[in-house]
Design a protein around this ligand. Structure first.
Ligand code: PLP
Length: 320
C-alpha cells in the first residue's frame, strides 16, 4: 500500500481542518490499519507506537490514583514493569492467578490470553462476573483464535510487533474497544501523551493482517506437532502449550538451558515471538525466579516441521 509519511495536511478551501491534520492525532495509514483490525475484533481499534504504549494509554485513560490493577501472574514481564512505573502516582498493582477469580477489590482486571510465557488462560466466567474494567492482552491469540470483546473484555490490547505484523520488522501496538467513550479516552491519551504509531509500522500492520488468517493455522499446526514430540523427549521435563498459536514453552534441566538455546541453527536464539521465522530463548535471563530456570520459550514460525524438529533434536542432544 501507499504509505503517506506526511506529518501535516492542508486545511480545506474554507480554512477548516480535514480528517487528517497532524500525524500525532491520526494519519491515513494508521486509520487503514485500525479499520482492518477493528473489523477482525468487532470493535474500534487504535494503533500505538508499541504494545507498551498501548498499555500506557490504558493506564492514562482508565486508572485514577488509588486504583488497584489485578494483573495476571506470568503475564508479559514488561507489562508489570510498565504498570509499576505508575506506583509513585498512586496506582496499586497486585498479581493474581488468572485461572481463579480476580481479587474483589480490583478496579481493573488485566488478563493475558494466553500469558507469556507461562501460557495460562483466564477464567472468563470469573472475569465477567467481577465488575471491574477488563483488559485482555490477546497478543498470542490474535483475533484469529480469540475475540476477547465477545468473551467479556472491555479493552483488548495487542503487541502488534508479534503475530499481527508477523515479520519482526515493526514495533506497534493496538487497542480495540466497543464503547465510543473508551475509544475517545484512549485516542486522547495517545495524542496527549505522544503514543502514536509511525506510518511505516502501520503499513506493516496492514500487510501483516492480510496474511494473518493464513499464518496462524500454520503456526498452530507446526507448534502442536513440536509440542507433542517435545513431550516425549527424555531431556524435556515439562511442556506448556495452550493448544493453539505458535508459542511452545518447554523446560530442560537448569544447567542445560544455555546449551539448548545456543544449539539450534535454523531456530534463531533471539527474543520476541510471533514471526514467520522461528526463535527461542531462556526467559529466566529476563524475568529471574518468577520463571523456571530451565524454561525455553520457542516461537514456532512457518518453516517445515521436520526441519524444525531436526534442529531441536540436535540442540536437545547437547543437554547432559
Ligand atoms: N504484551 C505481550 C504479551 C508481549 O509479549 C509484549 C512484548 O513482548 C508486549 C505486550 C509489549 O509489546 P511491545 O514490545 O510491542 O511494546
Amino acid at each position: 500500500m501507499q504509505v503517506d509519511r506526511s506529518t501535516v495536511w492542508l486545511y480545506d478551501e474554507h480554512g477548516e481542518p480535514g480528517p487528517f491534520v497532524y500525524q500525532r492525532y491520526a494519519h491515513p495509514t494508521a486509520a487503514e490499519a485500525e479499520r482492518r483490525l477493528g473489523a477482525l475484533d468487532g470493535g474500534e481499534a487504535l494503533v500505538f507506537g508499541s504494545g507498551t504504549s498501548a498499555a500506557t494509554a490504558v493506564v492514562f485513560s482508565f486508572c485514577r490514583p488509588g486504583a488497584t490493577v489485578a494483573l495476571a501472574e506470568g503475564a508479559y514481564f514488561g507489562t508489570g514493569v510498565t504498570l509499576r512505573r505508575f506506583e509513585p502516582w498512586g496506582l496499586r498493582v497486585v498479581e493474581y492467578d488468572q485461572t481463579k477469580p480476580p481479587p474483589p477489590e480490583a478496579d481493573v482486571v488485566w488478563v493475558e490470553a494466553p500469558a507469556n510465557p507461562l501460557l495460562s488462560l483466564p477464567d472468563w466466567q470469573a472475569v465477567r462476573g467481577h465488575g471491574g474494567l477488563v483488559v485482555c492482552d490477546a497478543t498470542i491469540s490474535t483475533p484469529v483464535y480469540l475475540r476477547a470483546l465477545d468473551e467479556g473484555a472491555d479493552v483488548v490490547l495487542y503487541s502488534g510487533t508479534k503475530y499481527l505484523t508477523g515479520h519482526g520488522d515493526a514495533l506497534i501496538g493496538a487497542t480495540v474497544t466497543r464503547d465510543p467513550e473508551r475509544t475517545r479516552a484512549l485516542w486522547e491519551a495517545r495524542l496527549q501523551v505522544g503514543l502514536s504509531a509511525a506510518p511505516d509500522a502501520a503499513a506493516s500492520l496492514v500487510k501483516g493482517l492480510e496474511t494473518l488468517a493464513v499464518r496462524m493455522p500454520r503456526h498452530t499446526e507446526t507448534a502442536r506437532e513440536l509440542a507433542r514430540r517435545l513431550e516425549a523427549h527424555p531431556a524435556v521435563l515439562r511442556v506448556r502449550y495452550p493448544g493453539y498459536s505458535g508459542v511452545v514453552c518447554f523446560d530442560v534441566a537448569a544447567d542445560d538451558v544455555r546449551a539448548v538455546e545456543t544449539g539450534t541453527s535454523l531456530i534463531r536464539n533471539q527474543t520476541s515471538l510471533g514471526g514467520v521465522t522461528s526463535s527461542l530463548e531462556s526467559r529466566w535471563r529476563w524475568e529471574g525466579d518468577r520463571i523456571p530456570r530451565g524454561l525455553v520459550r520457542l516461537s514456532v514460525g512457518l518453516e517445515d516441521v521436520e526441519a524444525l524438529w531436526a534442529d531441536l533434536e540436535e540442540a536437545l542432544a547437547r543437554s547432559s
